[in-house]
Design a protein around this ligand. Structure first.
Ligand SMILES: Nc1ncnc2c1ncn2[C@@H]1O[C@H](COP(=O)(O)OP(=O)(O)OP(=O)(O)O)[C@@H](O)[C@H]1O
Length: 324
């Protein structure tokens, strides 16, 4: 049933990958993961640092072997038939790896077109189309070392799509990209699905997953702890409100005391240079505002507001529930 219309774009079954840690201790980077990406679907793989997202992406890219379990791209097993799996897969990474800084954009693409075995006469028109699509025409004769991070990322996309793959794996593509560049990047990613490609996206940016993905899977410690549409995950926080407090001077002891308050489900703390944001999740039936502010007495509270839960809130709630 290889590559038939019923074959999922990506099929991962009971996948495990272990590494030897210090003192020979076995560490499960992936622990029994099963996941499908259907044809024409974009699925987000979310999770905190060390959850196993990149290890999963690497197995799909055929650069890391699984310890057990199976993974296939369009029915091509990544261990038994890595060459075919690679041929149908485009890989788009974040950061500097995978591009030659001293070469121009067009020379980078010509080099990879050779590596992908694209016939010589097709290379130039294909490269021109891709440079046009990612908005780099006019800069194609400049060396990559002179490119901004956003321009490099657009070149990564062109590189990943050179051999016109049906399936695309994006590993944290917008890491370190400024908000305008990241928005352009999201539009480019969205176009890939419109063109009929199937996409697996790993990201730390919840609004990106919410905006782009048909479904998301949340991993923690190598295991999938939740899966569904962004809306279905948000619904799990139905009946919750988030009290957001901009403050400075909050420590772990404050967070611990806030978590213990009656009616509080979870607490998130984000640092932004001089200030901090506390997100306190609670049920609608209990107004925790007064109790929270009492715990923060003596600190400099800048702003207090209430809002509906976002995908990020659902994610934080899932991750902290799993911790308990
Ligand atoms: N080559 C390796 N040797 C030993 N341990 C590894 C290796 N690669 C990954 N790990 C471990 O496996 C676990 C999962 O790592 P992985 O990079 O897949 O997580 P991640 O979800 O992609 O994290 P991040 O969001 O930080 O990129 C981590 O504990 C990591 O330290």
């Amino acid at each position: 049933m290889l590559d038939s219309i019923a074959t999922p774009a990506i099929a991962i079954d009971d996948l495990t990958r272990t590494f030897k840690g210090p003192q020979g201790r076995v560490k499960h980077a992936i622990n029994g993961l099963s996941l499908r990406v259907e044809r024409g679907e974009m699925v987000g793989l979310l999770g905190p640092n060390g959850a196993g997202k990149t290890s999963t992406a690497k197995i799909l890219m055929t650069v890391l072997l699984p310890t057990s379990g199976k993974a296939g791209i369009l029915g091509h097993d990544v261990v038994r038939d890595p060459q075919t799996a690679r041929r149908v897969t485009g890989v788009i990474l974040g950061g500097d790896a995978g591009l030659y800084a001293r070469l121009t954009a067009v020379d980078n693409l010509l080099l990879f077109a050779d590596l992908y075995g694209i016939p010589y006469r097709e290379q130039k028109p294909r490269i021109r189309d891709l440079l046009d699509m990612v908005g780099l025409l006019g800069n194609e004769r400049k060396r990559v070392e002179s490119f901004s991070r956003g321009m490099k990322q657009r070149l990564h996309i062109a590189r990943g799509l050179l051999h016109d793959p049906d399936v695309v794996i994006l590993d944290e593509p917008s890491n370190g990209i400024d908000p305008v560049g990241a928005r352009e990047l999201r539009a480019l990613i969205r176009e890939q699905v419109r063109d009929g490609r199937s996409v697996l996206l790993t990201t730390h940016y919840m609004f990106e997953a919410d905006e782009l993905c048909d479904r998301v899977a949340v991993m923690r410690d190598g295991t999938k702890i939740a899966e569904g549409t962004p809306d279905s995950l948000k619904k799990q926080t139905d009946g919750q409100v988030v009290l957001t407090v901009t403050v400075s001077g909050v420590g772990e002891d404050h967070v611990g005391r806030l978590r213990a308050l009656p009616g509080v489900h979870s607490v998130g703390l984000t640092e932004h240079g001089g200030s901090q944001t506390l997100d306190v999740h609670s049920g609608q039936e209990t107004d925790v505002t007064a109790a929270v502010l009492a715990e923060l007495r003596g600190l400099s509270v800048i702003q207090v507001s209430k809002r509906e839960p976002t995908l990020e809130d659902a994610y934080v709630s899932l991750i902290s529930q799993d911790r308990r």
